[in-house]
Write a protein that binds this ligand. Structure first.
Ligand code: ADP
Ligand code: ZN
Length: 743
């Protein structure tokens, strides 16, 4: 295996082949080996290639990434090891991505191996998928004679003559013996070639090309002409944002460049993909977790080899192996899925921004409901702001009716549906239209509410909803750790209809069936959408009118375009309103706007019924009138008054492990380090404490945290450095910034 450790080679040989040194990061995610190792190698080795190297004691092998190639090493020649072999002919990671990996490691304090892995499909590392090859058959240039009696052979020759080339299997299926004879005689030549698995071949392609409206023209021109890197396109649902993205991407392609198009969940939006395919054909590669390993690998390869030039996908597509990027788009920029939940916990925007800067291209953020943080940066002039206040063809926004569920309770209605919703559902179905019933079920937080007055129990210090924890039978504040006794009566009105929110989709479907026995009902949630293309199947069935009502969770809110949907029912809007997250208002506004946007997209005007126990709530009011500016103005004022992001940073250092002693001892060390930072910068902290995480154990792991709220320009880097500088045995330590879930 070991090709020439050079002491053993004849001296003359050595001069012929020039030796160079590769700086290698081994693919082991441990801080002890998180450094550059020098290896000797031949000149064919280049930065970004993967190599097999001897590592550790004995004959152990590790995979490594070549970061740089240089002439000389400081390692004495007798200690310098030789690489075993090169794994890639073409670098797996390009130069830009190598330096990006270094920046990610520095920013999030993770080992280089972890940040490098982001740039490769998982199946490439594990070596589980291989390239697929297929055997093709064609006629030889000169045909040897074939006996007149060999009818089957003549038939195959004619078959090939017509088609030129077919997969060998196809030929064999026609006649295995004749095919074998032809191959043997040399009449048919076989050739093995690599084929790429292409996902979504069953999606119909929509080749629509619109003439841009003046508002769209203006948006494209602004991006082109204003000298900023980042632009926020704030356009109501159906205002034609997609068409703007596609135009910008087409321009990049025309200039010979590439593009990245990020969407929260491509598996939920096959329509988007069909638009892209219709417009750009096979220049589009799609990267997401719903593909088979082989498909994902091949799509990635098509990008790396330059066969495809537009990378489309969820957040990980931001690491696409492309060069010369002309445009990066982040659609639905407010979506929570753009923050990674495993180490390194990167924010997709940060990576996209670095790539845009490196390539000198524009980064486009689009949303009907931008995150408060993004909108603030646009408002302050950091990002360009483009507003599209109207739908295409001035189609009206669906009318939103707010229904007070407290009144329904008083009337003795114990079902999840108000009278108004039932009547409108009936009218919708009678009219031959479709309806969506949306159920707001974020996580499993048990928020406690009085059904008589709609009061939700909140923390006295933080104004954030308390969460019920059954293991301790108490209510907890996830932001300060305060505990409260559970209630038997409402502290505001004395009512005793205390309600733990969270109706399930299954129950809703059951009740709907009772009300509308004739209706065909589809359910879409995590339980019904498992498997490859699980979402797609349900959406397709609904789009083809194979059902009348679609019942679902957040999944039904995302970008779908069903022309026959004229009614959307939102049950329990309060559910997300009182999720224990400082962004719950923002999230609710976004959800309602998005789900309402599914109604009345073509033909008939749409309607929305929004059920709530808190009908005066300003978030619901602004959402019902599609008043983003009003919502934003109110929200940003609250954030400032309550000292929540973007005015401060909430930072949590999590310490988790299976052994409680080890975990506690790690917590102690972490806490001491954090306390040093706190003492040195006390004026920058609003809150600093260590405690149990609100949920003490998940999956057998004890969970402790150091929670802080610090100034927006507080010592975050130091927190990262201190949290990550030490490795703990069997204990995982990580940092979260403004986490959306503090359980
Ligand atoms: P958004 O992404 O803002 O929700 P879309 O891009 O999906 O909006 O556009 C909404 C609808 O309007 C789509 O059906 C789209 O095909 C159509 N559309 C977009 N731009 C134009 C245009 N310039 N002329 C006509 N129809 C358009
Ligand atoms: Zn609190």
């Amino acid at each position: 295996m070991q090709r020439g450790i050079f002491q053993f080679e004849p001296p003359g040989e050595r001069e012929k082949e020039k030796r160079v040194i590769a700086e290698v990061i081994v693919d082991i995610a441990h801080s002890d080996v998180d450094k550059i190792f020098d290896y000797a190698c031949g000149e064919e080795v280049r930065a970004g290639m993967r190599v097999a190297v001897p590592f550790g004691r004995g004959k152990s092998t590790a995979t490594g990434f070549v970061m740089r190639v240089k002439e000389k090493s400081d390692v004495p020649p007798e200690k310098l090891k030789e690489i075993y072999r090169v794994e890639d002919e073409i670098p797996a990671i390009n130069g830009e991505c190598l330096s990006l990996a270094e920046k990610i490691s520095a920013r999030y304090r993770c080992p280089m191996a972890l940040s490098l892995r982001l740039f490769l499909p998982a199946e490439m590392r594990t070596g589980k998928v291989d390239k697929t090859y297929r055997e093709f058959a064609r006629l030889a240039d000169e045909l040897p004679p074939i006996g007149a009696g060999a009818k089957a052979q003549h038939a195959l020759v004619a078959y090939l003559g017509e088609r030129g080339e077919v997969p060998a299997s196809e030929l064999r299926a026609l006649s295995a013996s004749a095919a074998a004879a032809l191959i043997k005689s040399g009449a048919v030549v076989l050739e093995k070639r690599r084929v790429m698995r292409k996902p979504y071949e069953n999606v119909a392609y929509a080749a629509e090309n619109h003439v841009l409206t003046p508002a769209q023209e203006n948006a494209v021109r602004t991006v082109r002409e204003v000298s900023k890197t980042v632009f926020l396109i704030h356009g109501v649902t159906g205002s034609g944002k997609t068409e703007i993205y596609l135009t910008l991407i087409a321009e990049a392609l025309k200039e010979g460049k590439t593009a990245i198009f990020l969407v929260p969940e491509i598996s939920l939006t096959p329509q988007m993909f069909s638009k892209l395919r219709g417009r750009f054909g096979t220049k589009v590669a799609i990267l997401h977790s719903g593909l088979s390993a082989g498909e994902r690998f091949d799509e990635w390869e098509r990008l790396r080899l330059g066969e495809a030039r537009i990378a489309v996908g969820a957040r990980s597509a931001v690491f696409a192996p492309i060069e010369n990027i002309g445009c990066i788009v982040i659609d639905e920029e407010h979506d929570g899925s753009y923050i990674s939940e495993s180490s390194p916990r990167y924010n997709t925007f940060d990576i996209a921004y670095l790539r845009a800067r490196h390539n000198g291209c524009k980064l486009i953020l689009g949303s009907a409901t931008p995150s408060v943080d993004t909108y603030r940066r646009a408002e302050k002039g950091e990002f360009g702001l483009i507003t599209l206040p109207d739908r295409i063809n001035a189609r009206p926004m669906p009318k939103v009716h707010i229904v007070d569920m407290r009144r329904e309770v008083r009337r003795g209605n114990a079902t999840p549906f108000s009278l108004a919703l039932r009547e409108k559902l009936k009218a919708c179905l009678d009219g031959g239209n479709q309806a969506i019933v949306f159920l707001n079920r974020r996580g499993f937080a048990q928020t406690v509410m009085c059904r008589d007055c709609g009061n939700v129990v909140k923390c006295e210090n933080c104004d954030v909803a308390l969460t019920y924890h059954s293991d301790e039978d108490c209510l907890k504040c996830h932001y300060c750790g305060a505990k409260y006794r559970p209630l038997s009566a409402c502290p505001v009105c004395g009512g005793t209809h205390i309600h733990y929110m969270g109706t399930g989709t299954q129950r809703v479907v059951g009740e709907l069936k009772k009300l509308f026995p004739q209706a065909r009902i589809l359910r879409m949630d995590v339980d019904t959408t498992s498997g490859k293309e699980g979402h797609y199947k349900i959406l397709k069935q609904f789009a083809e009118r194979g059902a009348d009502i679609l019942v679902g969770t957040q999944m039904v809110a995302k970008g779908h375009d069903f022309p026959s949907v004229t009614l959307v029912g939102i049950l329990d809007a309060d559910m997300s309103l009182h999720f224990p997250d400082y962004r719950s208002g923002e999230r609710t506004f976004q959800l309602i706007t998005q789900v309402a946007g599914r109604s009345g997209r073509a033909g008939a005007e749409g309607e929305v019924v929004l059920q709530t126990y808190d009908p005066e709530n300003y978030i619901l009011r602004f959402a019902a009138s599609y008043d983003y500016r009003g919502f934003y103005g109110h929200e940003i004022g609250m954030r400032e008054a309550m000292m929540f992001p973007p005015f401060v940073k909430i930072v949590r250092v999590m310490v988790t492990g299976e052994d409680e002693k080890e975990t506690l001892s790690a917590l102690r060390t972490v806490y001491e380090k954090m306390q040093k930072i706190y003492t040195a910068h006390e004026e920058q902290f609003l809150f600093f404490n260590r405690m149990h995480a609100p949920i003490k154990r998940i999956q057998n792991k004890f969970r402790y945290q150091v929670l802080m709220r610090m100034a927006a320009d507080g010592p975050l880097r130091e927190v990262y450095a201190a949290a990550m500088e030490e490795k703990y045995k069997n204990v995982l330590v990580y940092v979260e910034e403004n986490p959306s879930n503090l359980s």
